[in-house]
Design a binder for this molecule. Structure first.
Ligand code: CA
Length: 238
């Protein structure tokens, strides 16, 4: 799941980015309202799953960012951060379409609880909290993966990679797309970072199980599929 943080205080922004990344989220950070709104509106695919907006920002303030986002028809949940503990501010923010409010300073566990609660509320049904293929299950909110009921421990990057493969099951994903979506950057074509990560992920979710779910499509990328196409194919590539 992808979260946009718009926060001009360097320390708070870095703290949020790091903490949320360690909790398994993919995080973009903008340091002012103008960049924040631009990112929120230009994010491709399904957009962000959640926005975390500071109220007092250079450029556009948090409310103006929210206004721009809602005017463009985006409905992702928004959590406001503010140092100002004034009832008026809260009412104003909620009237404008914010979903929750957190007053600074806050402890990270509180923020994480609010984030999970908003994401849960935002998901259409309880089923949207899980991604599945065969007996593999990924719990988006608790950041847990099981296969055949057995708990599998993944790093944050492995989790993000598996989430991407599961969301786009049956689709061959090029390395460049995986690089931009999971590592949030472009890699030189000779890097083997993705190959290594896929190998590690397979060792955890496929090696001890049948059917094998993750396949290499030589020269193209990777695909995860549990359908007839994957079952009973002994050679799934290198
Ligand atoms: Ca601020």
């Amino acid at each position: 799941m992808k979260i946009l943080v718009v926060e001009d205080e360097a320390k708070t922004g870095d703290y949020l980015r790091q903490g949320l990344a360690e909790a398994g989220f993919v995080v973009d950070l903008a340091r002012n309202g103008t960049d924040g709104l631009h990112l929120a509106l230009s994010e491709r695919d399904a957009g962000y799953d959640l926005l975390i907006l500071d109220v007092m920002l250079p450029g556009l303030d948090g409310w103006q960012v929210l206004q721009g986002v809602r005017q463009a028809g985006h409905e992702e949940p928004v959590l406001f951060l503010t140092a100002r503990d004034h009832v008026d501010d809260r009412v104003h923010g909620l009237e404008m379409g914010a979903d929750d409010y957190l007053v600074k300073p806050f402890v990270f566990s509180e923020l994480l609880a609010r984030v999970r609660s908003l994401l849960r509320r935002g998901s259409k049904s309880r089923d949207a909290e899980f991604l599945r293929a065969a007996d593999l299950e990924l719990d988006l909110l608790r950041r847990r993966v099981t296969r055949s009921g057995r708990r599998i421990d993944l790093t944050a990057k492995e989790f993000a990679l598996l989430e991407l493969l599961l969301r786009r099951q049956g689709e061959v994903l090029p390395r460049s797309l995986i690089a931009s979506q999971v590592w949030d950057m472009n890699f030189d074509s000779d890097t083997n970072v993705i190959e290594v990560a896929v190998r590690r992920l397979r060792a955890k979710v496929d090696d001890a199980f049948e059917p094998k779910l993750i396949r290499t499509v030589r020269g193209m990328g990777y695909v995860l599929e549990a359908g007839e196409g994957a079952a009973g194919v002994p050679d799934r590539g290198a």
